[in-house]
Write a protein that binds this ligand. Sequence first.
Ligand code: ASP
Ligand code: MG
Length: 419
Amino acid sequence: MYFINIIYLNKKLKLMKIVVLKFGGTSVGSTDRIKKVANIITSFVKKKYKVIVTSSAMSGVTNDLVKKSKKISNEFRSEEYDVLVSAGEQMSCSLIAGRLNHLGYESRSWMGWQVPIFTEGKYSSSRIQKIYKKNILNYLKSGGIPIVAGFQGINSSNRITTIGRGGTDASAIMLSRFFKAEKCIIYTDVDGVYTSDPNTISNAKKIKVISYEEMLEMASLGAKVMQPHSIQDARLNRIDVDVRSSFKKSLGTLITKRKNIVDGKIIRGVSFTKNDAKVTLIGVKDKPGIAAAIFEPLYKNSINVDMVVQNISPNGKETDLTFTIKSENLSKTEKLLKKNKKISFRKIVVDNKVSKVSIVGVGMITTPGVTYRMFNALAKKNINIIIISTSEIKISVIVSRKNLNKAVSVLHKEFNLEK
Ligand code: ASP
Ligand code: MG
Protein backbone atom coordinates (compact mmCIF):
# COMPACT_ATOMS: atom_id res chain seq x y z
CA MET A 1 0.00 0.00 0.00
CA TYR A 2 2.75 2.38 1.00
CA PHE A 3 4.62 1.46 -2.15
CA ILE A 4 1.66 2.15 -4.39
CA ASN A 5 1.28 5.47 -2.66
CA ILE A 6 4.84 6.41 -3.49
CA ILE A 7 4.42 5.54 -7.14
CA TYR A 8 1.25 7.55 -7.23
CA LEU A 9 2.84 10.55 -5.54
CA ASN A 10 5.85 10.48 -7.80
CA LYS A 11 3.61 10.36 -10.82
CA LYS A 12 1.78 13.40 -9.58
CA LEU A 13 5.09 15.16 -9.03
CA LYS A 14 6.16 14.55 -12.60
CA LEU A 15 3.08 16.27 -13.93
CA MET A 16 3.83 19.43 -11.99
CA LYS A 17 6.37 22.08 -12.79
CA ILE A 18 7.57 22.85 -9.28
CA VAL A 19 9.86 25.67 -8.20
CA VAL A 20 11.18 26.17 -4.67
CA LEU A 21 11.76 29.79 -3.68
CA LYS A 22 13.81 30.56 -0.57
CA PHE A 23 13.81 33.97 1.03
CA GLY A 24 16.53 34.96 3.45
CA GLY A 25 16.19 37.21 6.49
CA THR A 26 16.86 40.51 4.74
CA SER A 27 14.47 39.66 1.92
CA VAL A 28 11.67 39.45 4.48
CA GLY A 29 13.23 42.04 6.79
CA SER A 30 10.21 44.38 6.89
CA THR A 31 6.54 44.31 5.96
CA ASP A 32 7.39 46.35 2.86
CA ARG A 33 9.90 43.77 1.81
CA ILE A 34 7.44 40.98 2.43
CA LYS A 35 5.07 42.70 0.03
CA LYS A 36 7.80 42.62 -2.62
CA VAL A 37 8.45 38.97 -1.87
CA ALA A 38 4.78 38.22 -2.43
CA ASN A 39 5.04 39.84 -5.86
CA ILE A 40 8.02 37.67 -6.74
CA ILE A 41 6.05 34.60 -5.71
CA THR A 42 3.02 35.52 -7.79
CA SER A 43 5.22 36.17 -10.83
CA PHE A 44 6.10 32.46 -10.78
CA VAL A 45 2.48 31.45 -10.30
CA LYS A 46 1.64 33.50 -13.37
CA LYS A 47 4.25 31.54 -15.29
CA LYS A 48 2.32 28.37 -14.40
CA TYR A 49 4.74 27.12 -11.80
CA LYS A 50 3.62 25.30 -8.68
CA VAL A 51 5.48 27.31 -6.08
CA ILE A 52 6.76 26.06 -2.74
CA VAL A 53 8.12 28.88 -0.62
CA THR A 54 10.45 28.57 2.33
CA SER A 55 11.48 31.53 4.42
CA SER A 56 13.92 32.55 7.12
CA ALA A 57 12.93 34.73 10.03
CA MET A 58 12.89 38.50 9.51
CA SER A 59 16.48 39.69 9.85
CA GLY A 60 17.64 40.19 13.39
CA VAL A 61 14.83 38.14 14.93
CA THR A 62 16.75 34.90 15.39
CA ASN A 63 19.75 36.72 16.87
CA ASP A 64 17.44 38.47 19.26
CA LEU A 65 15.92 35.16 20.40
CA VAL A 66 19.39 33.72 20.92
CA LYS A 67 20.25 36.71 23.13
CA LYS A 68 17.09 36.29 25.14
CA SER A 69 17.87 32.64 25.85
CA LYS A 70 21.26 33.70 27.20
CA LYS A 71 19.69 36.26 29.47
CA ILE A 72 17.37 33.64 30.90
CA SER A 73 20.10 31.10 31.52
CA ASN A 74 23.50 30.21 30.18
CA GLU A 75 22.43 26.62 30.45
CA PHE A 76 19.25 26.98 28.47
CA ARG A 77 18.30 23.44 27.48
CA SER A 78 18.93 22.66 23.86
CA GLU A 79 15.41 21.29 23.37
CA GLU A 80 13.90 24.56 24.54
CA TYR A 81 16.48 26.58 22.68
CA ASP A 82 15.32 25.08 19.40
CA VAL A 83 11.69 25.85 20.17
CA LEU A 84 12.67 29.42 20.91
CA VAL A 85 15.01 30.21 18.04
CA SER A 86 12.73 28.61 15.44
CA ALA A 87 9.95 30.98 16.42
CA GLY A 88 10.96 33.74 14.01
CA GLU A 89 10.08 31.65 10.98
CA GLN A 90 6.50 31.27 12.18
CA MET A 91 6.11 35.03 11.99
CA SER A 92 7.64 35.59 8.57
CA CYS A 93 5.84 32.66 6.94
CA SER A 94 2.49 33.75 8.23
CA LEU A 95 3.10 37.31 7.00
CA ILE A 96 3.98 36.05 3.52
CA ALA A 97 0.90 33.85 3.38
CA GLY A 98 -1.18 36.75 4.68
CA ARG A 99 0.05 39.03 1.93
CA LEU A 100 -0.65 36.43 -0.75
CA ASN A 101 -4.16 36.01 0.62
CA HIS A 102 -4.55 39.77 0.49
CA LEU A 103 -3.61 39.69 -3.20
CA GLY A 104 -6.29 37.07 -3.82
CA TYR A 105 -4.13 33.93 -3.79
CA GLU A 106 -4.72 30.76 -1.82
CA SER A 107 -1.79 30.37 0.53
CA ARG A 108 -1.03 29.08 4.03
CA SER A 109 1.94 28.64 6.28
CA TRP A 110 3.37 25.27 7.31
CA MET A 111 5.59 24.85 10.35
CA GLY A 112 8.14 22.06 10.25
CA TRP A 113 6.10 19.85 12.57
CA GLN A 114 2.99 20.29 10.48
CA VAL A 115 4.55 19.08 7.22
CA PRO A 116 6.25 17.15 8.93
CA ILE A 117 9.92 17.63 8.19
CA PHE A 118 11.79 14.83 9.94
CA THR A 119 15.27 15.55 11.20
CA GLU A 120 18.01 13.56 12.88
CA GLY A 121 21.00 14.50 14.98
CA LYS A 122 21.57 16.91 17.83
CA TYR A 123 19.38 19.87 18.64
CA SER A 124 20.55 23.08 16.94
CA SER A 125 22.45 21.14 14.31
CA SER A 126 19.99 18.53 13.14
CA ARG A 127 19.86 17.46 9.53
CA ILE A 128 16.75 16.96 7.42
CA GLN A 129 16.22 13.31 6.77
CA LYS A 130 12.82 13.13 5.14
CA ILE A 131 9.97 15.39 4.19
CA TYR A 132 6.43 14.08 4.20
CA LYS A 133 4.91 15.11 0.90
CA LYS A 134 1.27 14.27 0.77
CA ASN A 135 -0.35 17.27 2.40
CA ILE A 136 1.69 19.83 0.56
CA LEU A 137 1.21 18.05 -2.75
CA ASN A 138 -2.53 18.03 -2.39
CA TYR A 139 -2.44 21.68 -1.51
CA LEU A 140 -0.31 22.48 -4.56
CA LYS A 141 -2.67 20.51 -6.73
CA SER A 142 -5.62 22.48 -5.48
CA GLY A 143 -3.83 25.68 -6.48
CA GLY A 144 -2.49 26.72 -3.07
CA ILE A 145 0.90 28.25 -2.32
CA PRO A 146 2.50 26.55 0.70
CA ILE A 147 4.86 28.70 2.77
CA VAL A 148 7.10 26.31 4.67
CA ALA A 149 9.09 27.49 7.66
CA GLY A 150 12.80 27.14 7.01
CA PHE A 151 15.37 26.10 9.59
CA GLN A 152 13.09 23.78 11.57
CA GLY A 153 11.78 20.25 11.80
CA ILE A 154 10.94 17.59 14.35
CA ASN A 155 12.82 14.58 15.62
CA SER A 156 11.81 11.07 16.61
CA SER A 157 10.79 12.29 20.08
CA ASN A 158 8.36 14.62 18.35
CA ARG A 159 10.23 17.68 19.52
CA ILE A 160 11.07 20.75 17.52
CA THR A 161 14.58 20.88 16.12
CA THR A 162 16.63 23.40 14.17
CA ILE A 163 19.19 22.64 11.53
CA GLY A 164 21.96 25.17 12.17
CA ARG A 165 22.17 28.93 11.67
CA GLY A 166 21.37 29.90 8.12
CA GLY A 167 19.60 26.56 7.81
CA THR A 168 16.80 27.76 5.56
CA ASP A 169 19.15 27.23 2.62
CA ALA A 170 19.23 23.55 3.51
CA SER A 171 15.45 23.52 3.94
CA ALA A 172 15.15 24.84 0.40
CA ILE A 173 17.49 22.24 -1.04
CA MET A 174 15.74 19.39 0.73
CA LEU A 175 12.31 20.63 -0.32
CA SER A 176 13.63 20.73 -3.91
CA ARG A 177 14.89 17.21 -3.55
CA PHE A 178 11.77 15.66 -2.06
CA PHE A 179 9.39 17.50 -4.36
CA LYS A 180 11.61 17.02 -7.41
CA ALA A 181 11.59 20.73 -8.14
CA GLU A 182 12.66 21.90 -11.55
CA LYS A 183 14.44 24.83 -9.96
CA CYS A 184 15.55 26.03 -6.58
CA ILE A 185 16.01 29.77 -6.30
CA ILE A 186 17.70 31.30 -3.28
CA TYR A 187 16.70 34.94 -2.82
CA THR A 188 19.15 36.83 -0.70
CA ASP A 189 20.57 40.30 -0.19
CA VAL A 190 23.38 39.85 -2.69
CA ASP A 191 22.70 39.34 -6.36
CA GLY A 192 24.95 36.34 -6.77
CA VAL A 193 28.34 34.87 -6.07
CA TYR A 194 31.29 37.11 -6.88
CA THR A 195 34.83 36.34 -7.95
CA SER A 196 35.85 37.89 -4.65
CA ASP A 197 34.33 40.07 -1.95
CA PRO A 198 33.10 43.22 -3.77
CA ASN A 199 33.76 45.26 -0.62
CA THR A 200 37.44 44.39 -0.82
CA ILE A 201 37.92 44.09 -4.58
CA SER A 202 36.04 46.86 -6.32
CA ASN A 203 36.19 45.14 -9.71
CA ALA A 204 35.01 41.75 -8.50
CA LYS A 205 32.63 40.28 -11.05
CA LYS A 206 29.48 38.32 -10.63
CA ILE A 207 30.01 34.66 -11.52
CA LYS A 208 27.42 33.37 -13.98
CA VAL A 209 27.91 29.65 -13.35
CA ILE A 210 29.90 27.86 -10.70
CA SER A 211 30.22 24.17 -9.89
CA TYR A 212 29.09 22.74 -6.55
CA GLU A 213 32.67 21.90 -5.69
CA GLU A 214 33.91 25.42 -6.34
CA MET A 215 30.99 26.92 -4.48
CA LEU A 216 31.64 24.66 -1.51
CA GLU A 217 35.22 25.82 -1.34
CA MET A 218 34.23 29.45 -1.76
CA ALA A 219 31.50 29.14 0.87
CA SER A 220 33.56 27.42 3.50
CA LEU A 221 36.44 29.78 2.78
CA GLY A 222 34.40 32.81 3.58
CA ALA A 223 32.07 33.76 0.74
CA LYS A 224 28.90 34.07 2.77
CA VAL A 225 26.31 33.42 0.15
CA MET A 226 24.92 30.04 1.12
CA GLN A 227 25.34 27.74 4.07
CA PRO A 228 28.02 25.15 3.17
CA HIS A 229 25.92 22.16 4.31
CA SER A 230 23.19 23.10 1.94
CA ILE A 231 25.57 23.25 -1.02
CA GLN A 232 26.78 19.77 -0.16
CA ASP A 233 23.16 18.60 -0.10
CA ALA A 234 22.55 20.22 -3.48
CA ARG A 235 25.62 18.51 -4.88
CA LEU A 236 24.65 15.08 -3.59
CA ASN A 237 21.20 15.45 -5.05
CA ARG A 238 22.28 17.21 -8.26
CA ILE A 239 19.94 20.14 -7.73
CA ASP A 240 20.58 23.28 -9.74
CA VAL A 241 20.53 26.29 -7.47
CA ASP A 242 20.04 29.84 -8.59
CA VAL A 243 21.20 32.57 -6.20
CA ARG A 244 19.59 35.97 -6.78
CA SER A 245 18.73 39.20 -5.10
CA SER A 246 15.17 39.85 -4.07
CA PHE A 247 15.79 43.56 -4.62
CA LYS A 248 17.20 43.55 -8.14
CA LYS A 249 15.88 42.06 -11.34
CA SER A 250 19.28 40.96 -12.68
CA LEU A 251 20.26 37.33 -13.20
CA GLY A 252 22.16 35.75 -10.38
CA THR A 253 24.61 32.86 -10.17
CA LEU A 254 23.77 29.31 -11.14
CA ILE A 255 25.34 26.59 -9.02
CA THR A 256 25.41 23.38 -11.00
CA LYS A 257 27.34 20.28 -12.10
CA ARG A 258 30.82 20.72 -13.51
CA LYS A 259 29.67 19.14 -16.75
CA ASN A 260 27.31 22.05 -17.38
CA ILE A 261 30.15 24.58 -17.32
CA VAL A 262 32.13 25.15 -20.48
CA ASP A 263 33.74 28.56 -20.10
CA GLY A 264 37.28 27.24 -19.70
CA LYS A 265 38.12 29.39 -16.68
CA ILE A 266 41.02 28.07 -14.62
CA ILE A 267 40.25 29.97 -11.46
CA ARG A 268 36.71 30.83 -10.50
CA GLY A 269 37.38 33.08 -7.55
CA VAL A 270 39.63 34.34 -4.78
CA SER A 271 38.20 33.98 -1.32
CA PHE A 272 39.61 34.78 2.05
CA THR A 273 39.06 34.68 5.77
CA LYS A 274 40.39 37.60 7.71
CA ASN A 275 40.56 36.66 11.35
CA ASP A 276 42.80 33.65 11.62
CA ALA A 277 45.45 32.88 14.16
CA LYS A 278 48.54 30.74 13.90
CA VAL A 279 49.94 28.59 16.67
CA THR A 280 53.36 26.96 16.54
CA LEU A 281 54.56 24.39 19.04
CA ILE A 282 58.33 24.26 18.98
CA GLY A 283 60.25 21.20 20.07
CA VAL A 284 57.34 18.82 20.44
CA LYS A 285 58.41 15.33 21.60
CA ASP A 286 57.89 13.29 18.47
CA LYS A 287 56.18 10.00 19.12
CA PRO A 288 53.21 8.13 17.68
CA GLY A 289 49.89 9.62 18.72
CA ILE A 290 51.30 13.04 19.46
CA ALA A 291 49.20 14.90 16.91
CA ALA A 292 46.06 13.23 18.22
CA ALA A 293 47.01 14.14 21.77
CA ILE A 294 47.46 17.78 20.80
CA PHE A 295 44.18 18.10 18.96
CA GLU A 296 41.88 16.03 21.14
CA PRO A 297 41.17 18.75 23.74
CA LEU A 298 40.62 21.31 20.98
CA TYR A 299 38.11 19.07 19.32
CA LYS A 300 36.37 18.46 22.65
CA ASN A 301 36.07 22.19 23.12
CA SER A 302 34.64 22.63 19.64
CA ILE A 303 37.65 24.55 18.41
CA ASN A 304 37.97 24.08 14.71
CA VAL A 305 41.50 23.53 13.49
CA ASP A 306 42.04 24.58 9.91
CA MET A 307 45.51 24.07 8.44
CA VAL A 308 48.07 21.82 10.07
CA VAL A 309 51.75 21.61 9.15
CA GLN A 310 54.20 19.32 10.88
CA ASN A 311 57.86 19.69 10.09
CA ILE A 312 60.11 16.71 9.55
CA SER A 313 62.04 16.25 12.75
CA PRO A 314 65.75 16.60 11.97
CA ASN A 315 66.85 14.32 14.80
CA GLY A 316 63.77 12.10 14.97
CA LYS A 317 63.09 13.23 18.54
CA GLU A 318 61.58 16.63 18.26
CA THR A 319 59.40 18.36 15.75
CA ASP A 320 57.66 21.70 15.22
CA LEU A 321 53.96 21.76 14.59
CA THR A 322 51.98 24.70 13.27
CA PHE A 323 48.25 25.04 12.90
CA THR A 324 45.65 27.72 12.36
CA ILE A 325 42.38 28.46 14.12
CA LYS A 326 39.96 31.36 14.26
CA SER A 327 41.39 34.33 16.18
CA GLU A 328 38.58 34.28 18.68
CA ASN A 329 39.67 30.80 19.82
CA LEU A 330 43.30 31.67 20.37
CA SER A 331 43.40 32.34 24.10
CA LYS A 332 41.35 29.25 24.88
CA THR A 333 43.60 27.16 22.65
CA GLU A 334 46.73 28.44 24.36
CA LYS A 335 45.30 27.52 27.74
CA LEU A 336 44.31 24.05 26.59
CA LEU A 337 47.77 23.42 25.14
CA LYS A 338 49.54 24.58 28.26
CA LYS A 339 47.54 22.40 30.58
CA ASN A 340 47.65 19.32 28.31
CA LYS A 341 49.66 16.72 30.25
CA LYS A 342 49.82 14.28 27.35
CA ILE A 343 52.20 16.44 25.36
CA SER A 344 55.48 18.21 25.96
CA PHE A 345 57.05 20.98 23.94
CA ARG A 346 59.69 23.63 24.44
CA LYS A 347 57.90 26.74 23.39
CA ILE A 348 54.65 28.03 22.00
CA VAL A 349 54.60 30.89 19.50
CA VAL A 350 51.37 32.51 18.37
CA ASP A 351 50.38 35.10 15.82
CA ASN A 352 46.88 36.47 16.08
CA LYS A 353 47.09 38.64 13.00
CA VAL A 354 47.10 36.35 10.01
CA SER A 355 44.60 35.75 7.20
CA LYS A 356 43.95 33.04 4.69
CA VAL A 357 43.69 33.70 0.96
CA SER A 358 42.61 31.00 -1.44
CA ILE A 359 42.21 30.60 -5.15
CA VAL A 360 39.52 28.18 -6.21
CA GLY A 361 38.82 26.58 -9.55
CA VAL A 362 38.24 23.14 -11.04
CA GLY A 363 40.38 24.26 -13.98
CA MET A 364 43.54 23.84 -11.89
CA ILE A 365 43.14 20.06 -12.06
CA THR A 366 44.02 20.07 -15.72
CA THR A 367 46.17 23.18 -15.95
CA PRO A 368 49.80 22.99 -14.90
CA GLY A 369 51.57 25.98 -13.40
CA VAL A 370 48.75 27.46 -11.33
CA THR A 371 50.69 27.06 -8.09
CA TYR A 372 53.71 28.76 -9.58
CA ARG A 373 51.63 31.64 -10.92
CA MET A 374 50.06 32.19 -7.52
CA PHE A 375 53.32 32.18 -5.58
CA ASN A 376 55.08 34.29 -8.14
CA ALA A 377 52.35 36.91 -8.15
CA LEU A 378 52.57 37.16 -4.36
CA ALA A 379 56.35 37.29 -4.43
CA LYS A 380 56.34 40.16 -6.89
CA LYS A 381 54.33 42.17 -4.39
CA ASN A 382 56.69 41.21 -1.59
CA ILE A 383 54.06 39.25 0.26
CA ASN A 384 55.50 36.57 2.47
CA ILE A 385 53.68 33.22 2.50
CA ILE A 386 53.52 31.76 5.98
CA ILE A 387 51.71 28.46 5.33
CA ILE A 388 50.55 26.77 2.15
CA SER A 389 47.88 24.15 1.81
CA THR A 390 46.32 22.68 -1.30
CA SER A 391 43.46 20.47 -2.32
CA GLU A 392 42.37 19.30 -5.72
CA ILE A 393 40.65 22.53 -6.66
CA LYS A 394 42.05 25.06 -4.22
CA ILE A 395 45.31 26.57 -3.09
CA SER A 396 45.34 28.46 0.20
CA VAL A 397 48.05 30.53 1.77
CA ILE A 398 48.32 32.17 5.15
CA VAL A 399 49.66 35.70 5.01
CA SER A 400 50.08 38.46 7.50
CA ARG A 401 46.78 40.31 7.92
CA LYS A 402 48.30 43.59 6.82
CA ASN A 403 48.96 42.02 3.42
CA LEU A 404 45.51 40.57 3.00
CA ASN A 405 43.92 43.10 0.67
CA LYS A 406 47.04 43.37 -1.43
CA ALA A 407 47.20 39.59 -1.78
CA VAL A 408 43.56 39.22 -2.78
CA SER A 409 43.82 41.97 -5.33
CA VAL A 410 47.02 40.75 -6.96
CA LEU A 411 45.62 37.23 -7.31
CA HIS A 412 42.34 38.49 -8.65
CA LYS A 413 44.31 40.28 -11.34
CA GLU A 414 46.75 37.46 -12.04
CA PHE A 415 43.94 35.07 -12.94
CA ASN A 416 42.02 37.63 -15.03
CA LEU A 417 38.97 37.58 -12.83
CA GLU A 418 38.05 41.18 -13.46
CA LYS A 419 37.32 40.37 -17.10
N1 ASP B 1 16.60 32.32 10.92
C1 ASP B 1 17.67 31.37 10.98
C2 ASP B 1 18.98 32.08 11.21
O1 ASP B 1 19.03 33.28 11.31
C3 ASP B 1 17.72 30.50 9.78
C4 ASP B 1 18.08 31.19 8.49
O2 ASP B 1 18.21 32.41 8.43
O3 ASP B 1 18.22 30.51 7.49
O4 ASP B 1 19.98 31.43 11.32
MG1 MG C 1 19.73 34.08 7.69
